[in-house]
Design a protein around this ligand. Structure first.
Ligand SMILES: Cc1cc2nc3c(=O)[nH]c(=O)nc-3n(C[C@H](O)[C@H](O)[C@H](O)COP(=O)(O)OP(=O)(O)OC[C@H]3O[C@@H](n4cnc5c(N)ncnc54)[C@H](O)[C@@H]3O)c2cc1C
Length: 461
């Protein structure tokens, strides 16, 4: 059958551009349809970190790693609540795909390699120039390969021909293709989808904000629904913890405060990886506060950890405005917080004992203590509620197999339909694997989806 293109890719973020470049490099004629007036989606705004194992960068750094180790770590961290074949494919293809991206002009300096999540092996790869450079390099290659692109055009439905996906519709326009790749990103900007698929994020109420593009409307879910695609994952994504004073993207908490729950108890190392904190807070089943004293507040200078929230004058203003609580005793503070007073007093007493003496040591949660972490003993005392409320990306989405084919609810690949990137739900469990664990799969599966869509358009898949 004659079609306008071999492959149509919906969305021009990291996943869509990777798909288009890979499909075109395989000899396919390709069209990208992009809803926004510019390319790149959330990928352009992203740090662009790439979580990968056994890469040339790790080898340069002398880090010993393998796809098998990454797979075992990934599955264990997520208690096997992810799709093993898809995870394995990601692990196996992460190094060659990072190399491919490097070949397109994206530098991954050894100095940008870091241990980006819970675990011991450095797998986070920071590209020079962040996500914006990745998008630019992919887009430059797209243009070299002659891939067409239409901007400002939101695909609203798929065309079907005898049960096979055969193209796309955007308003009154249609285009046909041998295969279609959905790469429309997540749904962080869509309140009703957050309510349905990410209630943990929705629960943050008006503290919640999303750091990506306003085009992250979850259109992939609606397009998939048209062909009875299965949706995978619930409450998946990355939330960062914030006191909610403003919309500043800060990832970490300072070590001079303690986090307590309604029992007045600590429940974590307050400097635990950001990939862990939201889940830990969720387990407290109630509000959680950062507690500190006047000495810590007065000494809180802008730092690499915080410029906007945990600094002396901001905290004073917020206390004056009644946004955070301030009291002369811990018992009075507990009454304001609505938490267990004896619990809070006991927690602080225990914490102060550990932090006093010649060799301060957090024997409960093993927090690494800087000189700013001091006993909490100088009134007035403060409590700032914190919530996991900054939505970084969403992880519920279309179910795919390890060839990036969209799976139907009847557990069959939907003919002619592929998906990659944040629109996919098969890869994320209860815990974010670490920095680069969303962007990395976008490139890996974007490239794979493009290659396989090109094959499918020739009837070879
Ligand atoms: C500020 C920021 C920093 C981040 N840092 C990191 C990081 O360092 N490491 C990491 O792993 N992750 C990070 N993330 C998350 C990661 O960047 C994203 O998950 C990833 O870039 C998503 O890529 P994508 O191609 O799937 O979607 P996107 O890049 O969002 O692209 C989707 C595209 O599809 C378009 N689109 C949507 N619907 C339609 C439609 N119906 N028709 C046509 N086009 C449509 C959108 O306009 C958009 O351009 C970050 C995210 C943000 C916002």
């Amino acid at each position: 059958m004659d079609t306008d293109y071999d492959v149509i890719v919906i969305g021009s973020g990291a996943a869509g551009l990777s798909a288009a470049v890979a499909a075109a490099a395989s000899g396919a004629s390709v069209l990208i349809v992009e809803a926004d007036t510019q390319t790149g989606g959330s990928s352009r705004l992203s740090g662009g970190h790439f979580y990968a194992a056994d890469t040339f960068v790790q080898q340069q750094a002398g880090v010993s790693d393998s796809a098998e180790q990454m797979f075992q770590h990934y599955m264990t961290l997520n208690q096997w609540l992810v799709e093993p074949a898809v995870v394995r494919k990601y692990c196996e293809l992460s190094a060659p795909t990072l190399q491919w991206l490097n070949g397109l002009g994206v530098d991954f300096p050894v100095t940008g390699l870091y241990q980006s999540g819970a675990g011991t092996i450095a797998r986070g790869h920071q590209p020079e120039g962040g996500g914006e450079t990745v998008v630019q390099r992919l887009d430059a290659r797209r243009q070299q390969l002659g891939v067409d692109m239409v901007l400002d055009t939101r695909v609203d439905s798929l065309l079907l021909d005898n049960g096979r996906v055969s193209g796309i519709r955007a308003g009154s326009h249609t285009a046909t293709a041998g295969a279609v790749v959905i790469a429309t990103g997540g749904f962080g900007a869509n309140d009703s989808l957050l309510q349905e698929y990410y209630p943990q994020a929705y629960a943050a109420g008006d503290w919640r904000w999303y750091i990506g593009t306003d085009k992250a409307q979850g259109d992939g879910l609606a397009l998939g629904a048209q062909v009875d695609a299965a949706v995978q994952g619930h409450n998946r994504g990355l939330l960062l913890v914030t006191p909610g004073f403003s919309r500043d993207l800060e990832v970490l908490l300072p070590d001079w405060l303690i986090l307590v729950n309604r029992q007045g108890r600590r429940f974590t190392d307050e400097t635990a990886p950001y990939t862990m904190l939201a889940g830990l807070i969720d387990h407290q089943e109630g509000p959680v506060w950062a507690v500190f004293d006047e000495q810590a507040r007065a000494a809180a200078k802008p730092s690499p950890v915080s410029q906007a929230y945990w600094v002396a004058d901001v905290l004073a203003q917020k206390a004056d405005a009644g946004v955070i609580m301030r009291a002369d005793t811990l018992t009075a503070l507990a009454a304001e917080m609505g938490c267990h007073a004896a619990g809070l007093n006991g927690t602080v007493a225990r914490y102060n004992t550990m932090l006093s003496g010649a060799q301060p040591r957090d024997e409960t949660f093993f927090k690494k203590l800087s000189s700013q972490a001091q006993p909490i003993q100088t009134p007035p005392f403060y409590a700032a509620e914190v919530r996991p409320a900054i939505v970084c990306w969403t992880g519920t989405g279309l179910r795919i197999n390890d060839a990036c084919q969209v799976m139907s609810q009847a557990e069959q690949p939907v003919s002619g339909l592929f998906a990659a990137g944040e629109t996919v739900g098969s890869l994320h469990g209860d815990r974010y694997i670490g920095g680069g664990g969303s962007f990395g799969p976008c490139i890996v599966f974007g490239k794979l989806a493009g290659e396989n869509a090109a094959l499918a358009s020739k009837g070879n898949f």
